[in-house]
Design a protein around this ligand. Structure first.
Ligand SMILES: Cc1cc2nc3c(=O)[nH]c(=O)nc-3n(C[C@H](O)[C@H](O)[C@H](O)COP(=O)(O)OP(=O)(O)OC[C@H]3O[C@@H](n4cnc5c(N)ncnc54)[C@H](O)[C@@H]3O)c2cc1C
Length: 490
């Protein structure tokens, strides 16, 4: 799209739409933004606190971000890239605190150390090598490593209780980790925008259809769920920030790019503990290694969470099965998304990913007692009566047609029309943590000319490290000192 967009429609009021609304408004204050949300609340789908794990993904603890090849070499590029993106998120949020869009950062961002924990010879060797590789980079230089239970106990006593010391274990510890309530952040961002009257946002308004008009604009058909009345809103740019519902909306747009994608829903469930005695003994997010066949979204972890001021422990996620694409979606979602264009590569993907299929079937069959057995690998003295099951958010595993084959996409994907007039965000991981970079990428994809000529400079004014490689230790230190102070992480 060559011209600056004047009228913009954003579908869905999650973290992505909130972030894009502010970016667009800061870049071009004259832009008219309308957000439509089908639920009666803001940030209540995947972005809501208990629907996701609330990990500020910085690659401090997520072992799948540092893959090991068959010769045992560890690659850290993905980890560095994700860590950079989280620093950029923190810088943007700091800018928003300083410019009165975010009122109380302490209500959504809490310092919570990030740990990785493994057992057995192979995984201990992997973690030792991972640590040695990561600490060379300024973003990870403060990461600590230990193989003795005494040190690990000082970081996370629960995971050491009941261990005899006969089994080889190892852990890394990074003090700078965070627990993020993305639902609260979404609501603070929208409140900032609404208080300044910079956007309009209508809840209980569901977008039903998207039609391309002859003048190049989009007609967005919106249904008011309270009155059942339908209206059409015209826009010269549409963002589909509908979370799990994005594939269905993308298909409605009929753009050729939509034909390349399909999705498979994977539900989630946590084990949650609110026993004060247990909770007080743990203050960290402890990530382990994924089981064979498990998608990256299912790496088990034992986490401290603080939601609306209440502390709890959470373990999981376990995969569940539902044909819904959103937690508050319809059981027909999966069936509606399958069409002549994608059925072939979706089936092909199923046949070629037997490990994943087997893993999902095994997960769905787990009883609560079996889930507690998984938890005991991390917390050997866990008692079943201290834990209850709670439904997490719904994810849609994105499947892309690559040369006729269905390929699983594990990252966060932006799909845009060639002319940049409409774009959708698909996928979940690393998700909300990298929402700022994801939305800047979207602007780069849809508005390359404007980005080059003016917008990149404006973004750099808000995010001083935007475009930097983060290889300079002094720069990393200065940026972290500033964001920790402004976001009240100290
Ligand atoms: C189990 C789980 C764990 C996760 N853990 C983490 C984590 O630890 N860290 C992290 O950074 N990310 C995590 N994520 C990912 C993160 O939650 C998502 O990337 C992020 O919340 C997506 O935000 P969104 O705005 O795209 O979608 P959402 O927050 O889902 O918002 C989409 C909105 O669109 C609305 N909508 C849908 N269709 C329509 C329509 N037709 N009309 C109007 N409105 C519509 C929905 O009601 C919803 O409010 C996790 C996700 C899950 C499911």
């Amino acid at each position: 799209m060559e011209k600056q967009p004047q009228e913009v429609v954003l579908i869905g009021a999650g973290i992505m739409s909130a972030t894009l609304s502010i970016l667009l408004k800061k870049i071009n204050p004259a832009i008219k933004i309308s957000v439509f949300e089908k639920l009666d609340k803001i940030g209540f789908e995947s972005s809501e606190a208990f629907n996701n794990a609330g990990t500020g993904h910085s690659a401090f603890c997520e072992l799948n971000y540092t893959p090991q090849d068959k010769n045992g070499n560890i690659t850290i590029d993905k980890a560095v890239n994700i860590a950079k993106q989280f620093e950029i998120s923190k810088e943007f949020w700091s800018y928003l605190v300083e410019h009165n869009y975010i009122a109380s950062p302490e209500n959504f961002l809490r310092p919570t150390p990030h740990m990785s924990f493994v057992w057995g010879e192979d995984d201990v060797n992997f973690l030792r090598k991972r640590h040695a590789a990561l600490i060379q980079h300024p973003l990870f230089k403060d990461m600590e490593y230990a193989e003795d239970l005494a040190t690990i106990k000082t970081w996370a006593p629960l995971i050491t209780e009941g261990r005899t010391g006969t089994e080889k274990v190892a852990a890394t510890h990074m003090d700078l980790g965070t627990d993020v309530n993305f639902g609260e952040l979404t609501r603070q961002l929208f409140k900032g925008l609404l208080d300044k009257q910079e956007i309009t946002l209508q809840t209980e308004h569901e977008v039903k259809d998207l039609t391309r008009l002859s003048n190049g604009k989009w007609a967005v058909k919106v249904n008011d769920l309270k009155t059942s009345q339908t209206k059409a809103v015209n826009a010269d740019f549409v963002f589909i920030g509908a979370g799990g519902g994005a594939i269905l909306m993308l298909q409605k747009s009929n753009i050729p790019e939509a034909k390349k994608y399909g999705g498979f829903p994977v539900g989630g469930q946590w084990l949650v503990c609110q026993n004060e005695e247990v909770i007080q003994e743990h203050q960290a997010k402890v990530y382990g290694k994924a089981k064979i066949g498990a998608p990256p979204m299912s790496v088990p972890h034992l986490d401290t969470r603080v939601i609306n001021g209440k502390k709890s422990l959470l373990f999981g996620p376990f995969a569940t099965f539902s044909t819904k694409f959103l937690k508050h979606g319809s059981s027909l979602d999966l069936f509606k998304s399958v069409n002549m264009a994608n059925v072939g590569f979706l089936l092909n993907c199923g046949f070629n990913n037997i490990d994943l299929t087997k893993y999902l079937i095994e997960q769905v069959m787990l009883s609560k007692a079996q889930k507690i057995e998984s938890l005991k690998e991390y917390y050997p003295e866990a008692k079943i009566e201290d834990w209850f099951e709670q439904t997490a958010g719904q994810r849609v595993q994105v499947i892309e047609n690559v040369d006729g084959k269905g390929v699983l996409k594990f990252g966060t994907e932006i799909v845009a029309a060639q002319d940049g007039s409409i774009a959708a965000l698909l996928g979940a991981s690393p998700g909300a943590s990298t929402s700022v970079s994801a939305m800047i990428n979207l602007l780069q994809q849809c508005f390359p000319e404007q980005m080059k000529s003016q917008w990149e400079t404006q973004i750099k004014e808000m995010i001083p490290t935007f475009g930097e490689d983060f290889n300079d230790g002094e720069m990393v230190k200065a940026s972290r000192e500033r964001t920790s102070r402004v976001l009240k992480m100290k």
